[in-house]
Design a protein around this ligand. Structure first.
Ligand SMILES: [Zn+2]
Length: 100
């Protein structure tokens, strides 16, 4: 799903919403079935990022994870752990549609 895609960036304050770097839009639901850009995040990538940056982000919990064990635990619970920097509140507010 979108929340397990390498192009998805979590939002600091909004759980269950990600920003798609490929499409440049916020994603509120699973579009992976119809999205040609979907590329699943792998554990290797997450651990690589963890070693480089020091943390990855669990979009399901809305918190940063700082260790291999934490990443494995959240993944095992079916959470969406993403290698990308979370978006700030300001950017999210700008990108969010005014009405739907
Ligand atoms: Zn989690």
């Amino acid at each position: 799903m979108c929340f397990n895609c390498v192009y998805a960036r979590p939002l600091d304050v909004h759980k269950g919403v990600v920003y798609c770097e490929k499409l440049g839009t916020l994603q509120y639901s699973d579009k992976s079935g119809e999205c040609p850009h979907f590329t699943k995040v792998t554990l290797d990538e997450l651990l690589h990022r963890l070693g480089e940056v020091g943390y990855v982000y669990c979009a399901s919990c809305g918190e940063r994870l700082y260790s291999d064990a934490e990443v494995a635990e959240h993944l095992s619970r079916g959470h969406s752990v993403l290698p990308n920097e979370p978006f700030s509140d300001e950017v999210a507010a700008e990108e969010a549609p005014a009405a739907d």
